[in-house]
Design a protein around this ligand. Structure first.
Ligand code: SAM
Length: 331
């Protein structure tokens, strides 16, 4: 085992696996209903291929965390089969198996997922108000998500997190409601800055910088910083409570310096950054299907990661990028 380090000295230990680009929601900031150029269904990695690749990251590079994402990971058929086969890899290499979900299909299954080896779960939830939720996500499903969150807490998932994409005039009036929700459930709420992607109809007037969100929260609560060098979020404990609040300032204050993550799409494309160009990607699906050995694949990944850029492009450039859909990359 030799750590995967790029030329800027960053060690990579975290793999985000987008296991499908299909989603059961049409969130306005991610996959709006009228987004015209829906990709043709691509060949996707099988569960056996995903497990094979995941094992390379664990055994060859000592990865510590794998997160299932999408699209919506829980819409892929028999996802428990994948969770079981990834969880079985923990016997040889210790790591955390996590998932990010919109929490609709998980309802009724959280205990089961916990039992078969899922360690952590994050829920995307952009409004606590039924009407606003439906307006943002395109489906009247808030109560299912809230039930899933309660089930996850009951099932014993540690450090359950809620991810909120904060948007001016859309859900910006709910900042304190979300903090109160976190306090009530003893969980962590994280506010994410709204980012531009291909076909998400990015509207810069909706952009709400993290600093403004912090000002709103500080009027009512005191926050104590929690040091965690591995996290992309700035995390705080809400003074007097067990709950936490986090801020992901991807736009106003990027965290490339401490980046330890790589992203693998459902079609087997390895990405160095959420905002990297397609021409910079590595096609692992082809390598696996050409029967490259584990060592050959590991070497290609090592060379690829070595040349990772020091930081992401500037916002003006990111806005112009084509073909980097969040729904294919998985956040
Ligand atoms: N379907 C799953 C879910 O809803 O969590 C996983 C995939 S989703 C693409 C992963 C994360 O990306 C979610 O937390 C979502 O809110 C976030 N996301 C998507 N588009 C975004 C955007 N334009 N700006 C900021 N965050 C975004």
């Amino acid at each position: 085992m030799k750590p995967l380090i790029d030329k800027h000295g960053r060690e990579h230990t975290y793999l985000r696996l987008s296991i499908t680009d299909k989603c059961n929601l049409n969130c306005s900031y991610c996959n709006p209903k009228n987004s015209k150029t829906w990709e043709k269904s691509k060949e996707i990695l099988s569960y056996e291929e995903i497990t094979y690749i995941a094992n390379i990251f664990l055994a060859c590079f000592g990865f510590k965390k794998i997160r299932l994402t999408g699209g919506e990971p829980f819409v892929r058929k028999d996802v428990d089969r994948l969770i079981e086969s990834l969880a079985a890899l923990k016997a040889k290499n210790a790591f955390e198996l996590c998932a990010t979900t919109n929490g609709i299909m998980t309802k009724g299954f959280l205990k089961h997922f916990r039992n078969i080896g899922l360690d952590r779960i994050n829920f995307s939830l952009d409004s606590l108000c039924k009407e606003t939720y439906s307006k943002i996500c395109g489906k009247n499903a808030l109560s299912d998500v809230l039930d899933s969150i309660d089930e996850a807490i009951l099932a014993g998932f540690q450090n359950v997190k809620i991810n909120v994409v904060a948007m001016r005039s859309v859900n910006s009036d709910e900042i304190l409601d979300f903090v109160n929700f976190a306090i009530q459930k003893n969980i962590c709420v994280r506010f994410i800055e709204y980012m531009p992607f291909s076909n998400n109809g990015y509207d810069k007037n909706l952009f709400l910088p993290i600093q403004e969100i912090q000002t709103i929260i500080h009027e009512k609560y005191s926050l104590d910083a929690i040091e965690d060098s591995r996290s992309v979020a700035m995390n705080y404990r809400i003074r007097g409570h067990l709950a936490q609040v986090g801020f992901i300032s991807s736009m106003t204050n990027h965290f490339c310096k401490g980046c330890s993550r790589l992203r693998l799409s459902s079609s087997g494309i390895l990405k160095l950054c959420l905002f990297s160009k397609n021409s910079d990607d590595l096609d692992l699906l082809s390598l696996v299907r050409q029967n490259a050995t584990e060592n050959q694949i590991a070497e290609r990944i090592r060379e690829f990661v070595l040349n990772k850029k020091q930081s992401r492009a500037e916002m003006e450039e990111i806005i112009k990028l084509k073909n980097n859909k969040m729904i294919s990359i998985g956040g």
